[in-house]
Design a binder for this molecule. Structure first.
Ligand code: 0RA
Length: 371
């Protein structure tokens, strides 16, 4: 292997991993499996935990890649399906993962993306890759932690397919199938029950996250449906009993404005002004921010902040900057309007934010997260 060796894949020793790899494996393939084996040995380091959160994180990793396609302007639809047998299918209508031979790895880029750790960072350079994947480790981690994974890519006039088993072992190279003039990616995976405490996805956990992602990425449709038989619920169609599978679809053309409107509606808050919103982007430094806010007659403050679509519960410089700027601005305005006299003290930050609902979203290409 040449200079393309991912930093997380140890050069030595080259011992054979515990996998039962079918066929003849050369040194490159063994190194790839060692990378994936490292993920299987310490899943927590890559996805946080092997509990509920870690399990759901697998879905977010794949969806985040699709969201990156949307942010780059090539995708407007993501469909997630919980399959009848408990697997997860993620469809997006982006460009599709590149199918050509990778220049240094000796296999298709699809296979590289799905088997080489940190592959995500090596591709699509220059664009905004700013959705919230944990450390951006991506699809290969999902493959490593799945007992089965199937990828189907529509690109360059054809449908391309490849299958993996037991933590990322390819059954065969990427195969070219029938013709197609569409583009997009479908990744279907079945989490490994030997790794996770449970492999049962919670519909509402996924639904809530996808609604939030739709608010934070205006114009992107994200749908979720549940085909598991036990999830069906009874509905009454004009006196006739019927069954329905859970399904939801989210698309917000106004993004954060829709988010603030939604929050205040759910809270049944009485609003006092039209929603204020603005956005700004520094294309050179590849940073962007968007804010929407509205005051209500309630006494509580509801300020939600996101960095690369991850809820930053513990605040950060984006939230501090917002608070300081808002307090200074309102005081300046109040003095200019004569609402505050020279002898009056400034309004405090708490005064200014009383009853405020705001959503702040920043997108950065090189985020620094703590904790
Ligand atoms: C590598 C490079 C490019 C796109 C992708 C990967 C990609 C990955 C995923 C995962 C799920 N859906 C995806 N869609 C795309 C850039 C493609 C190009 O330059 O044409």
């Amino acid at each position: 292997m040449t200079s393309a060796t991912p930093d997380s894949v140890p050069e030595e020793p080259r011992s054979r991993p515990a996998h039962k790899a079918p066929g003849d494996y050369g040194a490159d393939a063994i190194q790839v499996l060692e990378g994936l084996e490292a993920v299987r040995k310490r899943p927590g380091m890559y996805i946080g935990s092997t509990g509920e959160r870690g399990l759901h994180h697998l879905v977010y990793e794949i969806v985040d890649n699709a969201v990156d396609e949307a942010l780059a302007g090539f995708c407007d639809t993501i469909e997630v399906t919980i399959l009848a047998d408990g697997g997860i299918r993620v469809f997006d209508n982006g460009r599709g993962i590149p199918v050509d031979m990778h220049p240094t790895e000796g296999k298709s880029t699809v296979e590289v993306v799905l088997t080489v750790l940190h592959a995500g960072g090596k591709f699509g350079g220059g664009g905004y890759a700013v959705s919230g994947g944990l450390h951006g480790v991506g699809s290969s981690v999902v493959n490593a932690l799945s007992k089965r994974l199937e990828v189907e890519v529509r690109r360059q006039g054809y449908v391309w397919r490849q299958s993996f088993r037991d933590g990322g072992v390819p059954l065969a190279p990427l195969e070219r199938g029938e013709e197609s003039d569409e583009t997009g990616t479908i990744i279907t995976f079945w989490p490994d029950p030997e790794i996770f405490e449970s492999v049962s996805f919670d519909y509402d956990t996924l639904r809530t996250r996808f609604q939030q992602m739709a608010f934070l990425n205006k114009g992107l449709r994200i749908s979720l449906s549940d085909e598991r038989p036990e999830s069906a619920y009874a509905v009454d169609n004009d006196g006739e009993e019927a069954e329905r599978q859970p399904a939801d679809s989210y698309l917000y053309e106004r993004g954060l404005v829709d988010y603030v409107e939604y929050i205040n509606k759910v809270r049944k808050a009485e609003t006092v002004n039209d929603i204020i919103d603005f956005e700004s982007e520094d294309t050179e430094r590849k940073i962007a921010m968007e804010i929407a806010m509205q005051w209500t007659t309630s006494y509580t403050e509801n300020v939600y902040t996101f960095a690369n679509t991850i809820n930053t519960h513990e605040g950060g410089t984006h939230e501090e900057g917002f608070r300081a700027a808002l307090t200074a601005l309102v005081n300046r305005y109040a003095r200019a309007q004569g609402l505050l006299k020279d002898k009056d003290e400034n309004l405090s930050g708490e005064d200014v934010r009383e009853g405020l609902t705001a959503v702040i979203s920043v997108k950065l290409s090189e985020p620094q997260f703590e904790g």
